[in-house]
Design a protein. Structure first.
Length: 178
C-alpha cells in the first residue's frame, strides 16, 4: 500500500520563502502538495479522464509554477486562493479554445477548422447581463484579478466572487460540463 505524505505540515508561505531562496526541495514539495488538487479541479471542470487530461494537468503545473513566481502576500489573498482562481481561469480558457478548435463544418470533403481563423471570444457571446459580460471580459479573458475588478466597479470582493461563480456555473451548463 502506497504511503502518502502529510502536506498539512508544510506551510505555503514558508515553502514560498524557501523557493525564493533557491531551495529546489521546497519547490518539489510544493508541486507534490498541489498535484492532486490540480487533478481534482480539472476533473471537476471536464468530468472525464481522457487523452487530454494529462495535457491539462501539465498546464495546471505550469500555472502553479507561474503563481509561485508571481505571488505577493500583499495582495490580501492566500496563495491557495490566488492559485485556485488562476488555475480555473486557465483551464476554462483552454476548454473554450479546444471547443472552438474542433472541426465544425464539412463541405465538399474539405473540413474547415476554426483554429485557422481568429475568433475573439467575448462575454456577450454567452451572457445578456452587462455586469456578467464585463466581468467575463475583464477577469476570465484578460486576467484581471477579482479584487481589482471589485475596486474598479465599486463592489465588494464577495459580490464579485459570487458573480464569477455564477458565470462559471452558466458556462459549465452551456458546454455540458457538470
Amino acid at each position: 500500500m502506497k504511503k502518502t505524505k502529510n502536506f498539512k505540515q508544510y506551510n505555503d508561505y514558508e515553502l514560498l520563502y524557501l523557493i525564493n531562496e533557491g531551495n529546489e526541495y521546497a519547490l518539489n514539495i510544493f508541486f507534490e502538495k498541489y498535484d492532486s488538487y490540480i487533478k481534482k479541479i480539472i476533473y471537476e471542470l471536464c468530468h472525464y479522464i481522457g487523452d487530454d487530461f494529462e495535457d491539462l494537468v501539465q498546464e495546471g503545473r505550469m500555472v502553479l509554477y507561474k503563481c509561485i513566481k508571481m505571488y505577493k502576500p500583499i495582495n490580501n489573498t492566500s496563495f491557495f486562493t490566488y492559485f485556485s482562481l488562476s488555475l480555473k481561469r486557465k483551464i476554462i480558457r483552454l476548454l473554450c479554445d479546444e471547443y472552438h478548435a474542433k472541426p465544425i463544418l464539412s463541405e465538399s470533403l474539405v473540413e474547415f477548422n476554426t483554429s485557422e481563423y481568429k475568433i475573439k471570444i467575448t462575454g456577450d457571446m454567452f451572457f445578456n447581463d452587462p455586469l456578467k459580460i464585463k466581468l467575463f471580459n475583464s477577469c476570465i479573458i484578460n486576467d484581471m484579478t477579482l479584487n481589482k475588478f471589485a475596486k474598479d466597479n465599486n463592489m465588494t470582493y464577495d459580490q464579485v466572487y459570487y458573480l464569477n461563480k455564477k458565470i462559471i456555473e452558466e458556462l459549465r451548463k452551456l458546454f455540458g460540463v457538470k
